[in-house]
Design a protein around this ligand. Structure first.
Ligand code: RB5
Length: 146
């Protein structure tokens, strides 16, 4: 798959590690920054990653900030995008199977890098189950009109 990754400066080290890890799993990675410790506002990076998915340049995205919260809030503001904060393997699996999330977000100050890799792998290896979940996804997307 084509995977877009991004982080703010607080999560740069984890993002760089995840770039290498996702590539090692055989995926094509678009590294959307940041690229150094210069402070950057997480919504700007979330917009880059979500934008790539929205315009078809990437199938999925991974966003990392201090907590994963701001990245999730920002990415979910992009119309059509579903982002899920995942700090455990089970949630990551469900984010794909039940929620068909385009993006997962992680907090570099919350989870260690080895757990982050397990979370990413579980999500990348899981696919949307469809069935009963489809109607609920459609209802989520309808809320964009609310
Ligand atoms: C720093 O801007 C910090 O707020 C950010 O990394 C993240 O934790 C936001 O949710």
């Amino acid at each position: 798959m084509k995977i877009a990754l991004g982080s703010d400066h607080l999560a740069l080290a984890m993002k760089d590690e995840l770039v290498r890890y996702v590539e090692s799993l055989g995926h094509e990675v678009a590294d959307c920054g940041c690229y150094n410790m210069e402070p950057v506002d997480y919504p700007d990076i979330a917009a880059l990653v979500a934008g790539r998915i929205k315009n078809g340049e990437a199938e999925r995205g991974i966003l990392v900030c201090g907590t994963g919260i701001g990245m999730a809030m920002a990415a979910n503001k992009i119309r059509g995008i579903r982002a899920a904060q995942c700090h455990d393997v089970y949630s990551a699996e469900r984010a794909a199977k039940s929620n068909n999330a385009h993006i997962i977000t992680l907090g570099a100050r919350v989870v260690g890098v080895e757990l982050a890799k397990c979370i990413v792998r579980a999500w990348l290896e899981s696919c949307f189950s469809g069935g009963q979940s489809q109607k609920k996804i459609e209802k989520i997307m309808m809320l964009e009109q609310a």
